[in-house]
Design a protein around this ligand. Structure first.
Ligand SMILES: [Zn+2]
Length: 347
């Protein structure tokens, strides 16, 4: 009998050393010290021994039980300590590492350009106003000297909202330019002087390529007052060019055609990349076209209640994406609205 107890202690101790987590320890406890465990069975079997053997065997068995209980307690403490150690190791935080930066938002390159352009004119006394992107035919075309069947309508491939319907005589469309706001501003002015810039989105029904988008921005400008002349147009736009493209810029005006101005011009600046000697940016010409402009057509003034013999004005319009493309050397307008972070984060 004493040998059996010794064997049991050896095998129990070996098994205990192998128990590496709480579940294994509990299984071990049940197997050896539980109600039907092997140590308990030995203690129960003592009753069947002769009295002279029972005493020695009982002492040995109880000692074995006590020492295994102590071993279990020690092993439990060791296992718990190890698992705590492991958890601390896995959850370790290096508080000296730099924090994770939040992604800061920023303004879209078009928004930046629009604001810069508007600021330049605001500094010359122009108010900034905005208007509807869904527009009546009347404001987009009719009131700007572009009647139905006028060939100039071909210049604005239009997205129609309601070409026919309840108000077929007054179709609705996505504005093709910001110029309808010229009409709305004059209409609202009560015949008084006007000086505004109008930033906003425009829409064209056309295939896109590196220089054409179906949605793009324009910044429109209008000044109407007594005695405004072509010299005011030239001086204002020259000052604008210097503010946006640098003090050294020179400008050039050439005749152009827009139905709602007379005369119409396009303004170019001397190339800021090569100072006019010819390069890729200016397509070797030394000049870069920036905007269209002109003196407000007398008929447009008359329609809005101005006497064109007294009131005159000038108007202009430009594409801020084009200005940004020139400034940053961007070669494809579609990049602006492709929502590609790699592009947008550069500005
Ligand atoms: Zn150049």
């Amino acid at each position: 009998m004493p040998e059996r107890i010794d064997d049991l202690v050896v095998s129990a101790t070996t098994a205990l050393t192998a128990a590496a987590d709480e579940a294994a320890l509990e299984a071990w406890r049940v197997a050896y010290l539980g109600r039907s465990g092997r140590v308990t069975q030995i203690l129960r079997s003592l009753a069947g021994l002769p009295p002279e053997e029972r005493r020695a065997a009982g002492a040995a068995a109880n000692q074995a039980k006590t020492s295994l209980e102590a071993a279990l307690a020690a092993r439990e403490a060791a296992v718990r300590g190890a698992s705590l150690e492991r958890a601390l190791e896995q959850g370790r935080i290096d508080v000296t590492l730099p924090g994770r930066p939040y992604g800061l938002g920023r303004l879209h390159p078009t928004t930046q350009m629009v604001r810069e352009i508007c600021d330049a004119f605001a500094g010359m006394g122009f108010a900034v106003v905005e208007g509807p992107e869904v527009e009546w035919d009347y404001y987009n075309f009719e009131a700007l000297n572009i009647p139905k069947d006028h060939p100039a309508r071909d210049m604005w491939d239009t997205i129609w909202v309601s070409p026919e319907g309840p108000r077929a005589e007054q179709p609705m469309l996505m504005r093709t330019h910001t110029s309808p706001m010229q009409v709305r501003v004059m209409e609202a002015s009560g015949g008084g002087p006007v000086r505004v810039v109008v930033p906003g989105k425009c829409y064209r029904y056309e295939a896109t390529d590196a220089t054409h988008e179906s949605m793009f921005y324009q910044v429109e400008g209008l000044a109407v007052d007594v005695g405004i002349s072509m010299a005011d147009l030239k001086g204002t736009l020259y000052e604008f060019a210097r503010r946006i493209f640098g003090e050294q810029r020179r400008v050039r005006y050439r005749c152009d055609y827009f139905p709602f101005v007379e005369p119409g011009v396009e303004m170019s600046i001397d190339c800021f990349a090569c100072n006019g000697t010819g390069c890729r940016t200016c397509k070797q010409s030394g000049w870069i076209e920036i905007l269209g402009a002109g003196m407000v057509h007398p008929e447009v003034l008359r329609r809005q209640g101005y006497d064109p013999e007294v009131f005159t004005g000038f108007a202009f319009g430009m594409g801020p994406e084009r200005v940004a493309m020139l400034r940053h050397g961007i070669d494809d307008i579609r990049l602006f609205y492709a929502n590609d972070f790699r592009f947008l984060q550069q500005f």
